[in-house]
Write a new protein. Structure first.
Length: 122
C-alpha cells in the first residue's frame, strides 16, 4: 500500500502546487540538458512547446468544449482549468529557469572560466 500512497498527491486539488513543483524541477532539468546538448533549436524549445500545448488544453477545458461539466459544485470545467493552470504556471517556471541558467552560463560564466584558464596558463 505504501507504493500507491506516493501517487496520492495527484488526486487532491489542494496538492496541485506540489505537482506543479515536481513538473517544474523535471522540466528545469530537461530544459537545461536540451539547451547544452541539443544542436538544433527545435529540440531546445521542446519543453516550451509542451507548455504551450498544455496551455491550449487548459483553454479548451475552460471553454467547455470537452463537455458541460456541470455538477453539484457548479461548473467543474472551470475548477479543473484553474487547477491545471496552477500546475502549468508553476511548471513553466522550470522551463524559464532552464533558459535563464543556460543564458547566464553561456554569456557570463563560460567566458569567465575561459579568462581564468588563460590567465593561469600564461
Amino acid at each position: 500500500m505504501a507504493i500507491f500512497s506516493i501517487f496520492d498527491i495527484f488526486s487532491e486539488p489542494s496538492n496541485s502546487w506540489i505537482v506543479g513543483c515536481i513538473f517544474a524541477v523535471v522540466l528545469f532539468v530537461v530544459q537545461s540538458v536540451l539547451c547544452f546538448k541539443a544542436e538544433k533549436k527545435l529540440f531546445r524549445r521542446l519543453p516550451a512547446y509542451l507548455i504551450m500545448v498544455m496551455m491550449v488544453f487548459v483553454a479548451i477545458v475552460a471553454s467547455g468544449l470537452l463537455g458541460k461539466g456541470t455538477g453539484p459544485i457548479g461548473n467543474v470545467h472551470i475548477i479543473l482549468a484553474t487547477i491545471l493552470l496552477i500546475v502549468v504556471g508553476i511548471a513553466s517556471i522550470g522551463v524559464i529557469g532552464g533558459w535563464i541558467y543556460y543564458y547566464v552560463y553561456k554569456n557570463f560564466l563560460h567566458k569567465l572560466k575561459i579568462e581564468i584558464i588563460t590567465t593561469l596558463l600564461s
